[in-house]
Design a protein around this ligand. Structure first.
Ligand SMILES: [Zn+2]
Length: 68
């Protein structure tokens, strides 16, 4: 296995870990936006404990859902 293969394997392992983390972490424990990776914000988590996206991404999402 050369260096590039090893790097790819590491990356895939990391990626799989990330995906698994997202699938197994309860929404209440997610503190970073699933879309942009920015912190969701403590106040928002207190107001909406199951929020998994930051305010900005939720705004984008609702615009998208309105068919903009
Ligand atoms: Zn976001």
């Amino acid at each position: 296995m050369d260096t590039i293969d090893k790097a790819n394997a590491d990356y895939e392992r990391w990626l799989n870990g990330k995906i698994k983390q997202r699938q197994t972490t309860p929404a209440n424990d997610i503190t970073e936006c699933l879309d942009c990776g920015e912190p969701i914000g403590e106040k928002r988590k207190q107001a909406v404990p199951y929020a998994v996206r930051c305010v900005a991404c939720v705004a984008c999402q609702s615009e998208f859902e309105r068919g903009k």
